[in-house]
Design a binder for this molecule. Structure first.
Ligand code: PLP
Length: 392
């Protein structure tokens, strides 16, 4: 049976590979603990569940969603209120916001909406695995932009060759960053806006971890003067409100790009179930306190993991964002070899940095989205079964 050639470019999705690894170990009777995947284990806030239940019981919400390609205006207005309250960003709910089935979906529609066949697209390396497939789907070529520890995992825009910058049409990046946990600074974002403007590049600033920061300010790309002229921000209810399974997010910013995304969506899906959009409104309007609680939980887990890593020889500065810890692999181990050691000795699964791109080699990623008792057990196993490591 014929399948499209474009699919042949796409490597197996990292998390499917990790899930297979976990399932294989479980099938062998191993009590495996996954610190690999970033999927919150705490429940969705009750006001969100209540709003869904109420809206699902209303037959008015059962037909195709209203305003299908942009999302319900009431949801978009809640997004505008949220951006105003949390980031002091002004958005026109009618023209500058489109509801998404998650930020991941937004990456795909951004590619459909902005990129032409044969284009060059800048993608950070290491990078979120959801970016490159969208680029390949539209027959364009991703150009990896290195992010290195020496520059706090921020790309050095001045090191991108001029001819590449001139021919690139778009740039995918995200801070607080998955996988490195790095956060952006206003200075970097100002430079990004100038770089995009000077080179005619459309920025897809993917910001689903905007709320997950420790001791630094929350930042939206859209706070930066000129940002709306050069790009959009994707955001999501998945991570701040433990709503990964609900599939709801938003594309905001440049009205031409947001409109183009809405056109791509109108010809792909028929919108998000109204009841989920009502639940989304409850999250955005009424659940700020839950974000604080979530940060306390992740902060506690972070401290415990950092303490165990230090006991085992790591001496590194933990990043300030996301619920991941991006950690150098010990001397003598590739990222995959260290992950294998963790599985073999501790029955703990973590993600190899190399899976996020060439520049991810030499690192592994721990996720803090696991119940506290399971994290404690994983850390105990690490202390019991791993030696003290050396680092360069
Ligand atoms: C950088 C980044 N972008 C997008 C997503 C997908 O988020 P959503 O659940 O909103 O599709 C993730 C999920 O892990 C992510 O890490």
């Amino acid at each position: 049976m014929q399948t499209a050639d474009r699919l042949k470019k796409i490597p197996p999705y990292l998390f499917m590979t990790l899930r297979n690894k976990i399932n294989e170990a479980k099938a062998r009777g191993v009590d495996v603990i996954s610190l690999a995947i970033g999927d919150p284990v705490e429940p969705t806030p009750q006001p969100v569940i209540d709003a869904l239940t109420k809206a699902a019981n209303d037959p008015a919400n059962h037909p195709y969603p209203t305003d299908e390609e942009w999302g319900m205006l009431a949801f978009r207005e809640a997004v505008a209120r949220w951006y105003q309250r949390r980031y002091a960003v002004e958005l026109d709910a009618k023209k500058e916001i489109c509801a998404l089935i998650g930020s991941k979906e937004g990456c795909h529609h951004f590619a459909m909406a902005v990129i032409n066949p044969g284009d060059t697209v800048l993608v950070t390396d290491p990078g979120y695995p959801g970016y490159k497939p969208g680029v390949w789907f539209v027959d364009a070529t991703p150009y990896p932009v290195p992010m290195e520890g020496a520059n706090n995992f921020l790309p050095k825009l001045e090191d991108i060759p001029t001819d590449v910058a001139k021919k690139a049409c778009a740039f995918f990046l995200n801070y607080p960053n998955n996988p490195t946990g790095a956060v952006a600074t206003r200075e970097f974002l100002n430079g990004l806006v100038a770089f995009a403007r000077d080179n005619g590049i459309v920025v897809c600033y993917d910001n689903p971890y905007s709320e997950v920061v420790f001791g630094v300010e929350r930042l939206s790309f859209l706070q930066i003067p000129g940002a709306k002229d050069v790009g959009i921000e994707l955001n999501s209810l998945s991570k701040p409100y433990n709503m990964t399974g609900w599939r709801i997010g938003m594309a905001c910013g440049n009205r031409d790009i947001v409109g183009a995304i809405a056109t791509s969506k109108a010809n792909t899906d028929s919108g998000i179930f109204n009841a989920i959009q009502y639940a989304g409104i409850a999250a955005l309007d009424r659940c700020d306190d839950y974000i604080g609680e979530m940060l306390t939980i992740y902060g506690g887990r972070r401290d415990k993991l950092i303490a165990t890593l230090r006991e085992l020889g790591w001496t590194y500065d933990p990043p300030k964002g996301t619920f991941y810890l991006w950690v150098p692999a010990p001397k003598g181990y590739t990222s995959a070899e260290f992950c294998d050691l963790m599985l073999e000795k501790c029955a703990v699964v973590i993600a190899p940095g190399a899976a996020y791109g060439k520049h991810g080699e030499g690192y592994v990623r721990f996720s803090l989205t696991v119940k506290d008792d399971r994290l404690d057990e994983a850390l105990q196993r690490m202390r019991d079964h791993l030696p003290k490591f050396a680092f360069d």
